[in-house]
Design a protein around this ligand. Structure first.
Ligand code: GLU
Length: 475
């Protein structure tokens, strides 16, 4: 078998979380780097916990991240016939057996073993049994080797030796005829000709049992890579308490898929001290030589930093369609041809770490009427005060006379006014910025004035003066 084949095999029992996405990414990069194939296999045998919403979340999440698979999605729930045939094959070859021990009997054996300080593994009562008591429920167990050792050769962890005596004759088919996880994984990996298995190291202890099964099916043992789990900054396993853990939540919070991919690849993998990678660079450089053996720490600040980097590098024309869902969610409208909006995006993107921030920071542009109810209250207290009314009135007068109303004229006009009056530009500019944007942080004032246009600037200065006067009366 010369083609390299890997699979991403999520259980659809929740959203696509950060850890799953990283496993998918490593599989994707490994497949692309080696010109192999990536298979998507949905492990939905747990009927109670598997949901359609979760399958959709996984598929949407992978698609959004740009992690395209070559084959599938395959659904284990649609492959029961194949599993049945393989159970039968093992029975026929004497590699598996029916076990009629009842749950109560098993529990007794367990308690006894524990009391005698033995490992509570199944004592193989039914291993050589040949009768078939009619109507009595049974499970099917695999005949595991009773002696010797099993070596897991892992591209991340190295060689790990398991003692076969500690592994039991595990169940492959439950009494309700449903096959178990360890069994279906191997049947599928064999059927799909998987050559490399890249997954979380929480599956490491399953691996020797799976190796028994590959041997039973005379299938060459795949290469394993068990990647360390992801922890929060407090070293505990990553969970909701560390913030958003689903890929869709990051999408909705305004992260770019490139940034998340780039962040995820660095969770456990490194390439010198390089931090920013295009997808092609990740594919070109990915290998298991540079995977860390210890748990990766999820650092939301670093993800934000990367996201800001990617936002900055995109043009306004690229960003506008990405902003669309966030803008429409606010019920704001815009035109794709609006060159002022594109200019504003180009200026504002430099200060935004997410698309949500970028959208929010441009709110004053999308609003046509008064923005008084959007004023940043602290900044309003500081700058929209009676002493500044003359500044605002003069700004309105200057604005009225400028023609054409463009950045250059505005700059010349305001600067010469400030020089004549001996005011500091900053003292003059902040109340105006406050009046026209509702806050004190924005791109350059002269440019913003041009972008907003003369009418809106005049209207907003007037609104700010009214606001101050109303406050004076009330206060
Ligand atoms: N379905 C398993 C999970 O979601 C993965 C199984 C495997 O990769 O072998 O954890």
């Amino acid at each position: 078998m010369d083609e390299l084949r890997v699979r991403f095999a999520p259980s659809p029992t929740g959203f696509l979380h950060i850890g799953g996405a990283r496993t998918a990414l490593f599989n994707y990069l490994f497949a692309r780097h080696n010109k192999g194939k990536l298979i998507l296999r949905i492990e939905d045998t747990d009927k109670e916990r598997s949901t359609k919403e979760s399958v959709d979340a996984i598929i949407n999440g992978l698609t959004w991240l740009g992690l395209h698979w070559d084959e599938g999605p395959f659904y284990q729930s649609q492959r029961t016939e194949l599993y049945k045939q393989h159970v039968q094959q093992l029975l026929d070859e004497g590699k598996a057996y029916r076990c009629y021990c009842t749950p109560e009997e098993l529990e007794l054996k367990r308690t006894k073993a524990l009391a005698e300080k033995r490992k509570p593994i199944y004592d193989r009562t039914c291993r050589e049994r040949t009768d078939h008591p009619a109507g009595k429920p049974y499970v099917i167990r695999f005949k595991s080797p009773m002696y010797g050792t099993t070596m897991v050769k892992d591209m991340v962890k190295g060689n790990i030796l398991f003692n076969n005596e500690e592994l039991e004759d595990f169940v492959i088919l439950r009494s309700d005829s449903s096959p178990t996880y360890n069994f279906v994984v191997v049947v599928d990996d064999v059927d799909m000709h998987v050559t490399h298995i890249i997954r979380g190291d929480d599956h490491l202890n399953n691996t020797p049992k799976q190796i028994f099964l590959y041997n039973a099916f005379n299938y060459p043992i795949p290469q394993f890579a068990h990647i360390p789990l992801i922890h929060g900054t407090d070293k505990a396993r990553l969970s909701k308490r560390h913030g958003a853990t689903s890929v869709e939540a990051y999408r909705d919070e305004g992260y770019l898929p490139e940034a998340l991919d780039n962040y995820l690849v660095r969770l456990g993998w490194s390439f010198g001290d390089k931090e920013v990678f295009t997808m092609q660079e990740m594919i070109d450089n990915f290998s298991f030589d540079n995977i860390s053996k210890s748990a990766a720490i999820f650092n939301p600040e670093k993800l934000l930093w990367l996201n800001a980097t990617y936002i900055r590098e995109k043009s306004a024309e690229q960003l506008l369609p990405l902003l669309e869902p966030f803008i429409t969610a606010k019920e704001w409208s815009y035109s794709n041809q609006d060159s002022n909006l594109l200019r504003l995006i180009d200026e504002t993107k430099l200060r935004s770490r997410t698309l949500v921030e970028l959208c929010d920071m441009m709110g004053y542009y999308f609003i046509n009427g008064s923005i008084v109810n959007r004023y940043d209250p602290n900044a309003a207290n500081k700058f929209l005060i009676s002493e500044n009314i003359p500044i605002l009135q003069n700004a309105a007068l200057l604005t009225g006379t400028m023609s054409p109303f463009n950045q250059q004229n505005i700059e010349t006009g305001i600067k010469s006014y400030v020089e004549q009056t001996g005011l500091k530009l900053g003292n003059f500019a902040q109340p105006i910025r406050m009046a026209i944007t509702g806050g004190t942080v924005s791109p350059g004032l002269f440019e913003i004035m041009e972008i907003l246009g003369k009418d809106r600037v005049l209207q907003r200065i007037e609104n700010a003066i009214d606001y101050i006067e109303k406050n004076k009366k009330n206060g």
